[in-house]
Design a protein. Structure first.
Length: 159
């Protein structure tokens, strides 16, 4: 490979890398994932393994490894995931188990119900309540900004 091509390849790789602060945040949040998912994230971000190497170690297609990484990163950055991590300690044990299975582990309703030993109906109701609390929390967090913004607009209208 020519020097110019090699330097271009290195630059392209660096553009895909996340900043240190973002990487630390991903690793911190990954502690709330199931062990296998957390180990997978650590292999990519701490050990520095490429998707191709992880795929070879696990006997999978590299595209499947990349898809899994994208799905996990998306889950880690969702407001609902962050809300559950922040608030789950104050919930009942049943709601906490449902949140861990349904939100943190990313399981579907039936899988979460099987894992928690609850009915699908109960899991669905708890997840709906968790989503409603998350939405209310996000709305309340934005409310002061809206009030300040709307107050400034009304003063401009009066002038």
């Amino acid at each position: 490979m020519h020097d110019a091509q090699q330097n271009g390849a290195i630059r392209a790789d660096l553009r895909r890398r996340r900043g240190r602060a973002e990487t630390d945040l991903v690793l911190l949040r990954s502690e709330h994932l199931p062990r296998s998912d957390a180990a997978f994230i650590r292999s990519l971000y701490v050990d520095g393994l490429s998707a191709v190497k992880v795929a070879a170690l696990q006997g999978q297609d590299p595209r499947a490894v990349r898809r899994r990484a994208r799905r996990l990163l998306k889950r880690l950055s969702e407001p609902l995931f962050i809300f559950v991590v922040r608030e789950k300690a104050s919930w009942s044990s049943v709601r906490r188990r449902v949140a861990e299975a349904g939100v943190l582990a990313g399981r579907g309703l039936r899988a979460a119900a099987k894992e928690t030993g609850l009915s699908v109906h109960v899991v669905r109701r708890h997840l709906e309540a968790i989503r409603a609390m998350s939405d209310a929390s996000a709305h309340a967090a934005r409310a002061p900004w809206r009030a300040a913004r709307d107050g400034a607009r009304s003063e401009e209208d009066r002038a």
